[in-house]
Design a protein around this ligand. Sequence first.
Ligand SMILES: [Zn+2]
Length: 344
Amino acid sequence: MFVADGGKSGLVNIGNTCFFNAILQCLSHIRPLGEVFGNEAKLSSLLNTHSKALGSHGLIAQAYGRLLRDLWQPARMTPVRPADFKRAISRRNRRFMGYDQQDAPEFLEFLLDELHEDVNRVGEKPYAADRAWANFHRRDDSPVVDLFQGQLRSRVCCPTCSKVSVIFDPFRSLALPLPRPRTPCTGQEASAAVGLHTAYELLAKPEVLSHDNQWYCNRCKEHRQAIKELAVWRLPPILVVHFKRFAHGASRLRVTSATTQITYPERLHLDDASGQGRDYRLRGVVCHRGTLYYGHYVAYARHAVTGDWYYYDDDTCRRVSDDSYLGHRGAYLLFYEEDCSVQN
Ligand SMILES: [Zn+2]
């Protein structure tokens, strides 16, 4: 691509695009960069087009490669029109969609970041998850961790520049959100039951961060109401599920779903975001009644030897002969143990 009579064409200004024309021209003369992106065969061998990749799935890298080849056409007499390239970056970042003058250093940072992610060798990132997991285990390693520790992936996306940041956090109980109860005009709460699987899916629903909980985007250099997306990346052998019946409001703790009925199965199959499934069997249920401050807790547990279910209410204990442990209205925490006897 790099020839003596190439690289001498201008770039058409297609509406206040001088900020990126200037950047592109400088970059186009940086040989090691051009040797990667301008070489079609080499680029396609490096492209990170995996569906979970962080970049543009090759969109920007390829558009940039085409632009470079245009700029380096031997003895080209006419300027290059970067419309195709501009369309590509506009699709990734709405800020570049219009014809407003933009900040060149910001654009450079954006472009390099996009190019980097498109050829990122790490992909997204079972590797990063494993590294976070190994780091965690370097500091915390015990039988409790072996049994209860799972891993959450949290993905935050900037609504302005599309910058994505991914972090992995350990958990020992999985807090699941509940849909907000609908209150009909009668003043009584709607009593539609919510299934455990529904709450598990609700956890993964993208959420726009509230105005007072903004995320600092290090590309925009500003706080943004980013879009946050959680996923369970690794399920533990003992899964403790905690339903968020109580939520922190702006000023104080409030009850949001205290009486929402939750249904949950005795035998549970869940898949995590890395594609692994586990089969569980219910071992215990903690139930809550009343308000947060004046409530009462009772428990059901499956006997560790006999396998019978028992009901525990402070100083009383009785055997349960039906399946009432599956239907308590105040179920708050569930204890599931992996059932290795289930064959896939
Ligand atoms: Zn941003």
